[in-house]
Structure formats: structure tokens, C-alpha cells
Design a protein around this ligand. Structure first.
Ligand SMILES: [Zn+2]
Length: 447
């Protein structure tokens, strides 16, 4: 018999595959996944796996579906500390009158560590195994993610204004690229260049970001056309400007992309960029709905993000899949021209493989294939509101709740076991969150 570290049997396994839009991925009945040294060794029918492998640990999941771990392709993890603190329904007012003053007052290394830890607990307990972050003090985000053993792509912030973290574009870039070097060989932590938002960063800075990305083949991520006020700068549309500056490429994750015309859609399609769809944040801040079907019909890769907890207000990708799916059929359908709707399988693919592609990690995560990292989540469908099961992916997108996530593994390490975090103390996390709430509430102004 072959020896493996872990053998997990499950009622259903959904490997997630790259298939044409609207096509169902395979769902495997009564199969098992064998894991050795953090990687998937094989996926076999359970009876075959039990005779082929001896395992240090056998985990049986008889009423569960096993999926690739979800990939949150855009968040600001530390913003969990502002969950519910800024509730304006308009982006400009929310940012300028509520969020930025609080961040200016409170953001430091300790704030970022505590907020990021709270975010990681939020994400792991809703099936997320990898997140792409954008925040000041990225070295603290990296250190916190590494200690929690979750996978993360750390955004290296670049803006034209000085902040508590850096004084100049030179300093943002040098500190960021140093962080990139520090984690070059880390199996869990990668980096991307993160100029905050296309409309808010100068041509010169964006050009420097693009050169740095090209030199070391780093992905880039930024907010693009989140609100209608961000579409044109000095008479030039944002997508055309990014094209002129050479930033439209497969290395770019364009976050939000709510306001797009036909030319924008064509540029997105030709460039090979990824759109990171954040449906709940877009709804909550009154920005509208990303034309996801038009993008998908043009072959654009779609990933999903929660955005920060101050505009969502949680970090569950399960919710984003459902909201995205309902918006597409409820709002987008009547605007479109007969192109195929996204299925539940398409939404799951966006929340897994689509995110992996956005982060440049689709060779190593995002689907369940021998050789890839064993980043997995297990969801129990043995609940009245999740039965019967004709297709477990439909139930995952449309009928489950996050408390059905029982287990999460990252690189074969079990970070959530029977619903309990194995590497974090939720009581301590919540105590620290309450401490921040009391301090922040004392300085809040509700204007
Ligand atoms: Zn954001």
C-alpha cells in the first residue's frame, strides 16, 4: 500500500474544472482525496482509495461535499475592525467622511494585526483558504497570515500621498519590493502590486508600477470604475488610460469594474485581465452592478471578492456567490442579448479557479488536481434546508449557510476541524475586537 498523510472520504467531491461557460463541472460520488506533504496525491473512488492507500489520518465526511478552498480575490482584511462603524450608503461620503478619518486616527501595526486576524477567522470559517489583501502595513498582514497558516497574496500599496506607512512613491515601492523579496520562497505568501485605484494614482506612478510588475512578473491589483465618478479622468476613460500606460494585461486584477461601456468591455476582453466582482460591496455602497454576463460572454476571467468588512459586512465568499448569481438573473438578464447565464458551477469556478488565475496561482491552487496544494473545504449538506441534493453545487450557491463549513485545509494542514479553528483562539480575537470597538467608538463622528 502507498502511504499518505491524510485520506479524506466524502459523499461528493467537486474538483472544479475549466470548462466552457454554462457547462457543468464533474461531481464525483463517494470518492476520496489522498494528501502527502501538503499536496494532493490522488482522487479515487472511495473503495479504490481504501485499498490503495494507508494513511496516518482517515477523515470520513459521509454527508459532505469537498471543494477547492475558496479564494477571496479582493479584501482589506484589517477593515474588519470597522465592521458596522461606517454605514453611509454612498461611496464618496463613506470614504471621505467616515472611513478615512477613522483610519487616519487608528491605523498602525497593532490595528492591522488584530483586524487581519479577525478577518482570517471570518474567512476560514466560511471556507476561504486564500485571500488577496490591500492595506497599509502589508508586512504585518503577511506575518499575521503566515502565523495563521492561511494562504495570502499581499498587496503592496502604492499611492501618491504620504501615509503613516510611507512618505513617497519611492518609499512605497522600495518597502513593497523588500517585502516581496522577504517572502520569495514562502509556500503560502505571495505578493502583488496594489496601486490603490486607477482614477486616484498619477500616470507617472502607474507607469513605475507597471515597470516593476513587468520586471519581476508580479500581478497587479487596483480598484477600477467602482463608482460612476471614477470613469473619466482629464477627459480620458479609465480603461483607455490604463491601456495607454500599458497596464491592461493578464497580470492585472481590475476590482469592481461596475461602470463600463462597449469600448471598455472590448479592452478588458482583449487584454486578458481578470475582473474581481464584489457584488455585495457594490450594492451596499450604492455603486451599481458589474455587467458580469457581458464580460463573461467576451471570455474575461471572473474572480470574486468580498471587499472590506466595512462595506459588506462580512468576508464570506459563499454569500458573494449567491448574491452574484441572483443579481445576474434578477437584474442583468433583462439588459442582455441572449448570451448564456452563469450557472452555479460557473459561480463556484469564479470563487476558486478564477481567483487562482487572478493571483497567478492557477498552477498550484484553485482546483482539486493531483500535484496541486491540498487547499480544501468541506461543507455538510445534512441539514433540512440543504436537502434533497440533485446537484451539490446548486445547494452550495443557493441554499447553505456558512455554519455548514465543517473543515478547511491549507496545504494539507487542517485549520478548521469540525467547525473549530485549530490555530486561533476566537475568544481572544473577539475580546481584542471589542477593545478596538470601544476605542474607535469614542472617536467616531456621525456626519
Ligand atoms: Zn476594495
Amino acid at each position: 500500500m502507498e502511504h499518505v498523510d491524510t485520506l479524506i472520504t466524502a459523499r461528493w467531491i467537486v474538483p472544479v474544472e475549466l470548462v466552457p461557460v454554462g457547462t457543468r463541472s464533474r461531481v464525483l460520488d463517494h470518492h476520496a482525496i489522498a494528501i502527502r506533504q501538503g499536496r494532493i496525491v490522488a482522487i479515487e473512488p472511495e473503495a479504490v482509495a481504501r485499498t490503495r492507500f494507508s494513511a496516518d489520518q482517515l477523515i470520513e465526511r459521509p454527508s459532505h461535499v469537498l471543494l477547492p478552498g475558496l479564494i477571496n480575490a479582493h479584501t482589506h482584511a484589517a477593515m474588519t475592525l470597522l465592521r458596522g462603524a461606517a454605514e453611509s450608503p454612498a461611496l464618496d461620503h463613506w470614504l471621505k467622511a467616515q472611513v478615512w478619518p477613522l483610519e487616519k486616527r487608528w491605523v498602525d501595526a497593532e490595528y492591522v494585526r488584530d483586524g487581519t486576524e479577525l478577518a482570517i477567522a471570518d474567512m476560514l470559517t466560511s471556507g476561504t483558504t486564500c485571500f488577496a489583501d490591500m492595506h497599509l502595513f502589508p508586512e504585518v498582514v503577511a506575518q499575521t497570515a503566515s502565523s495563521a497558516r492561511i494562504r495570502a497574496c499581499i498587496g503592496l500599496p502604492v499611492i501618491d500621498q504620504p501615509t503613516v506607512w510611507a512618505d513617497s512613491v519611492d518609499e512605497y515601492l522600495s518597502k513593497g519590493l523588500q517585502l516581496h523579496d522577504d517572502y520569495r520562497d514562502d509556500p503560502l505568501i505571495t505578493t502583488s502590486l496594489a496601486p490603490y485605484a486607477a482614477h486616484a494614482v498619477s500616470d507617472a506612478t502607474l507607469t513605475r508600477v507597471r515597470r516593476a510588475a513587468d520586471e519581476i512578473d508580479l500581478p497587479m491589483t487596483m480598484h477600477v470604475n467602482e463608482s460612476h465618478t471614477q470613469v473619466v479622468r482629464n477627459g480620458e476613460r479609465t480603461l483607455a488610460r490604463l491601456d495607454r500606460l500599458g497596464l491592461l494585461s493578464p497580470l492585472l486584477s481590475a476590482v469592481h469594474m461596475v461602470h463600463l461601456n462597449q469600448d471598455d468591455l472590448d479592452l478588458a476582453s482583449r487584454s486578458g485581465l481578470t475582473v474581481v466582482h464584489c457584488p455585495q460591496s457594490n450594492l451596499k455602497l450604492g455603486n451599481g452592478v458589474c455587467p458580469i454576463r457581458a464580460l463573461r460572454a467576451r471570455g474575461v476571467n471572473i474572480a470574486l471578492g468580498t471587499d472590506g468588512a466595512a462595506s459588506n459586512n462580512d468576508l464570506s465568499l459563499l454569500d458573494e456567490m449567491r448574491t452574484g448569481a441572483l443579481l445576474e438573473t434578477g437584474v442583468i438578464t433583462w439588459q442582455m442579448d441572449g448570451s448564456l447565464p452563469m450557472t452555479a458551477h460557473d459561480w463556484l469556478r469564479a470563487a476558486t479557479l478564477g481567483g487562482a488565475q487572478a493571483l497567478g496561482l492557477s498552477d498550484s491552487i484553485g482546483s482539486l488536481v493531483p500535484g496541486k496544494w491540498a487547499d480544501l473545504c468541506s461543507i455538510d449538506l445534512a441539514r433540512p434546508h440543504s436537502q434533497p441534493v440533485y446537484d451539490p453545487v446548486v445547494n452550495i450557491v443557493h441554499s447553505i449557510s456558512r455554519d455548514q463549513v465543517t473543515d478547511v485545509w491549507v496545504a494539507g494542514r487542517r485549520l478548521l476541524a469540525d467547525g473549530r479553528l485549530t490555530q486561533m483562539d476566537p475568544v481572544d480575537l473577539m475580546q481584542r475586537a471589542r477593545g478596538w470597538q470601544q476605542r474607535i467608538a469614542a472617536t467616531r463622528t456621525d456626519d
